[in-house]
Design a protein around this ligand. Sequence first.
Ligand code: DHB
Ligand code: FE
Length: 280
Amino acid sequence: MAKIVGGITTSHIPAIGVAMTKGLQQDPYWKPLFDGYVPVREWLDEVKPDVAVIVYNDHGLNFFLDLIPTFAIGAAAEYPNVDEGWGLKELPAVPGDPELSWHVIENLVADEFDITICQEMTVDHGLVIPMSLMWSHEPNWPVKVIPVAVNTVQHPIPTAARCYKLGQSLGKALESYPEDTKVVIFGTGGMSHQLQGERAGFINKDFDLDFMERIVSDPDALARYSTTDFVREAGSEGVELIMWMVMRGALGGKVSALHSHYHAPISNTGAGIMVLDNAA
Ligand code: DHB
Ligand code: FE
């Protein structure tokens, strides 16, 4: 049977990709961030997952204001990354796992989550920055990926509670897959940031650190945050934390933090990096 071995959280700030291309990992500005990923990569090297389910938000590359699904899932054999600006280099397409995607889709819909099915899907920095922080794409990406996209672009966006429930359903779906497959699930985006308007540059370190603690110990409390709570406490783009709620829902009851690292600011954002063990 498939097994969800753990969860990973990470921001997806595009400037990280530019810093990687320029080899700035040891630069004084970047080092405190990149150091936080060393234990994550060590854990991944040890666990060697077959599949990464990456819960992320598209920023206008695959979906635009004319058509935005609340929840969407990829069912493709591969997911191309194309130029979206930000000075990012295009990365090789990320391989998919259509068989597992369809298993998850069947189960989600049967469980009343009417998710949008994408047999073609391009992936933006929300997915490829987390991927490239974990793995090299040379010679090939070492895992198959199932992208799960959550709308954070056009209000109304789904609540933390709804995302948490989607995660619970996703977790059940994944663990009912009959093949021996090791799955890691990513909650990406966040933490606090606001890229626009009067509060542009807003970061709330206290909120972020509390969120990192309670994503382990008390996710039910986090699931009671409203969208307005997130905007007030974590900035307008801090709503990306709802992706963490999907991840946490998929892990189930008790988890333990194998690694936890926070650094702010990077670009405009508070960056939280965690590895959650699902075996607790
Ligand atoms: C930044 C953060 C994001 O989440 C994003 O999508 C784009 C930019 C930033 O901090 O620069
Ligand atoms: Fe973002």
